[in-house]
Design a protein around this ligand. Structure first.
Ligand SMILES: [Zn+2]
Length: 130
């Protein structure tokens, strides 16, 4: 992964998607079935809102098949989120979305910095675990 400085808001969004997905997939296995194959970054709330789009609490590491399953079964997804992260997690996500609004460019940069910090921590944890 390389640090970049995109020139447009949509460039920033693509870039942040890339970093966030990388961090989430580096959890290394599907959070539902434990498979290590075809890992994807699943958004509990859609990517429509910047407030949750790159928030680790909104992201799960899932295999392609469980990812598809949850998109087709939103009620099961909600149940899984409550069981896995605690019953207060859905409300926490909605609370954050209540403050959804249009972003100015500097805010994307700020999220990128936070994600890079998260990335560095995840890399360190990996090396200490070995
Ligand atoms: Zn799975």
């Amino acid at each position: 992964m390389e640090k970049r400085n995109p020139r447009t808001k949509s460039g920033w969004r693509d870039y942040l998607d890339e970093i966030a997905s990388f961090i989430v997939r580096s959890r290394g296995k599907c959070e539902r079935c434990g498979s290590k194959k075809e890992l994807q970054c699943c958004h509990i709330h859609t990517r429509r809102y910047n407030e949750t789009r790159w928030w680790m609490k909104n992201l799960m590491c899932l295999c392609a098949s469980d990812h598809r399953y949850f998109h087709d079964h939103p009620i099961e997804l909600d149940k899984f989120v409550r069981e896995t992260y605690g019953s207060e997690r859905p409300a926490e996500l909605w609370e954050r979305l209540r403050h959804s609004r249009v972003w100015w460019e500097g805010e994307y940069k700020k999220v990128a910095d936070e994600l890079w910090k998260e990335y560095d921590t995840s890399q360190q944890n990996k090396t200490t675990r070995k």
